[in-house]
Design a protein around this ligand. Sequence first.
Ligand SMILES: C[S@@+](CC[C@H](N)C(=O)[O-])C[C@H]1O[C@@H](n2cnc3c(N)ncnc32)[C@H](O)[C@@H]1O
Length: 347
Amino acid sequence: MDAEHEGRRILDIAEGFMKSQILFSSVKLGIFNLLETSDSPMTAGEISEAIGTDADATKRLLNACTGQRLLEKVNVDQETGDGEYQLSAGSRTYLTASSPTALTEFVGILGDYYRSPWQDLAQAVKEGAAFSARHGLAVDKTFEDVYRDEPNFTGAMAAVPAVFGAKTASAFDLSEFQSICDVGGCTGPLAYHLAAAYPQASVSVYDLPLVVKLAEEKRPAGDHAERVSFIAGDFFGDAPLPAADLYVLCRIIHDWNDDKALKILNKIHQSLPPGGGVLVADTILADDKTGPEVSNKYDLHMMLAAGSRERSGQELRRLLNKAGFTEVTINSNGYPFGHVLGRKPRI
Ligand SMILES: C[S@@+](CC[C@H](N)C(=O)[O-])C[C@H]1O[C@@H](n2cnc3c(N)ncnc32)[C@H](O)[C@@H]1O
């Protein structure tokens, strides 16, 4: 073992919160959005004046952002070290207001609403199910509570499939399906990718009434978006799902305990014609549950925020089998989601 290397690696893990705080604070202060609107690189003084912050502290934050390659520093005075700041390629693509691939709202929710339950990780591990009973979505909290506590939840959710949804659309060849329903599809970012990838299919999104209302208001212009319909409902209610021969569940199964997840899968199975499919997209754990890192992180996150869990491919296979899906194919590669396709038997 290289002792020094291991020591540094452990400190690096411990100091991880400092890195994320640099990002969260810069997003919160509007630094990336400001630089997007500027025709040329800006000095720390210009930035602090525009966002109403302390000049010296702002300069230190901007330099830390540069160290994280969130910003670039140009025209540097070799004597004073002062210079001008501009967006890096990464922040221009993923952290600016007008970018169609902006992750800003998701970063915002991670830095605030989603960060607070992590303070209780040790307590949650001590208590297990008792902690979930107090805090868990699957137990005593509804999605209506989530929307009341964090009004920007839909914006934050939508950011991730807007960026990574093309990978979900292409994880399997879905071209045989004529009608696709994204169940719990939020304001439609994944449905728009599905509509673009499968022009032969009609595409719908099924979600709670308040989300559908928002989705209609936010619908972007363009052919693919216009082909997507939004249908309000409750997947735990008695009303049938919109008709489809493929149902998609992106980050839905991981919200719920096995009983509730099975309810959703059973309902989908009942709604499908023979040979129809269900596509699950979640951060899938390795069979020994020790990776990939993104899935382990979100497994704990789901425990803290929703009293639920991420599952391995084999666990998802067993759930799908229980609901009556026989042919189950697992494609667990990919960031941030792996994918599982299940089929209702043809006879
Ligand atoms: C974790 S979000 C995932 C959203 C989207 N699929 C994604 O990956 O970004 C869960 C979604 O399920 C929806 N949802 C929760 N309970 C529901 C219910 N009972 N019926 C229909 N949709 C529901 C929420 O409104 C939300 O859009």
